[in-house]
Write a protein that binds this ligand. Structure first.
Ligand code: FE2
Length: 293
């Protein structure tokens, strides 16, 4: 017998509280996936209007005003292996070179807004006790064949901190995510660990090429055998606790691994910190409020 949305969300919330993450299969239909992918291709076409090839990755982001300003718009970022770093020319087709599009899709793009505010998403946030999930950022992450890079171990609250920390990520798989193409890997239970470091705005800098953003501590040290790989089929949704340590490997396969992901903090029960790299703007979007909104 098919489970009801309420039962599915109940089970996911239990997994989330226990392990720091949860997988909900079949959240997107085949037509939802086709719709999302078609919108991705439209956005990739749009990117051609910009005469810029911003590279994605922390070493590049911290010095890049375009990255800083992408908080409240739709910005385009490319894989370093797909671009000639001297000239900015593409070494691969544009579609295959894209690393990420962000960070205000949830608000500015009607297709992605729809999947950010769906009944399933509302139910899940309610089940994990968020009184006012406020979406602060959204991204399409293209982990394209052979060039899609790894994400080192991190806690999402390092980038989007609130006091107290009440942050959750939602991660929709548009493709099967496998060990070969760089699925998520988690340290189960690590959402009980303290926040190890923060990625904060450096207000001393306002010149392109300077360090706009900095980490306040070194990378998290952990062992490979602490991680559990979490392959999921396309259409699945993964819920990610703001403190759970996770990572993903490079895409070594011939198959893409496209995802749409967004993060929300609970505005009713925590305060978003002013020195986060992504500052509060009009693109912050409440999904619902138990306080009468
Ligand atoms: Fe993450």
């Amino acid at each position: 017998m098919k489970s009801s949305l309420d039962e599915i969300a109940e089970r996911a919330a239990r997994d989330f509280q226990q392990n720091g993450y949860a997988v909900i299969e079949n959240c997107l239909s085949q037509s939802d996936i086709a719709n999302m992918k078609s919108e991705c291709l439209t956005l990739i076409d749009e990117s051609a209007k910009e005469n810029k090839t911003n590279i994605f990755g922390n070493d590049f982001n911290v010095k890049n005003k375009y990255f800083l300003d992408s908080a409240n718009r739709i910005g385009y970022f490319y894989e370093k292996f797909a671009i000639n770093l001297e000239t900015g020319e593409f070494l691969l087709p544009r579609e295959r070179s894209m690393a990420k599009i962000g960070h205000a899709l949830h608000c500015l793009n009607p297709t992605f807004k729809k999947y950010t505010t769906s009944d399933t998403i509302i139910k899940l946030f309610r089940k994990i006790g968020f009184d006012e999930p406020n979406v602060v950022q959204s991204m399409i992450i293209f982990k394209n064949p052979k060039v899609g890079g790894a994400y080192t171990p991190h806690q999402d609250a390092s980038f989007l901190c609130s006091e107290p920390i009440r942050l959750a990520g939602m991660w929709y798989a548009m493709d099967d995510a496998t060990v070969e193409n760089g699925c998520l890997e988690f340290i189960p239970g690590s959402h009980h660990w303290p926040l190890k470091r923060r990625f904060v705005r450096n207000f001393d800098c306002d010149q392109d090429g300077g360090d706009f953003i900095k980490f306040d501590a070194p990378e998290i040290e952990c062992q490979d055998d602490q991680f559990v790989s979490v392959p999921v089929s396309k259409g699945s949704l993964v819920m990610i606790h703001g403190l759970v340590v996770h990572r993903s490997g490079p895409n070594k396969s011939e198959e893409p691994r496209w995802v749409y992901t967004f993060h929300a903090y609970d505005r009713a029960n925590s305060v978003y910190l002013k020195d986060n790299w992504l500052k509060e703007t009009e693109t912050f979007m409440p999904i619902y409020s138990n306080n009468g909104l």
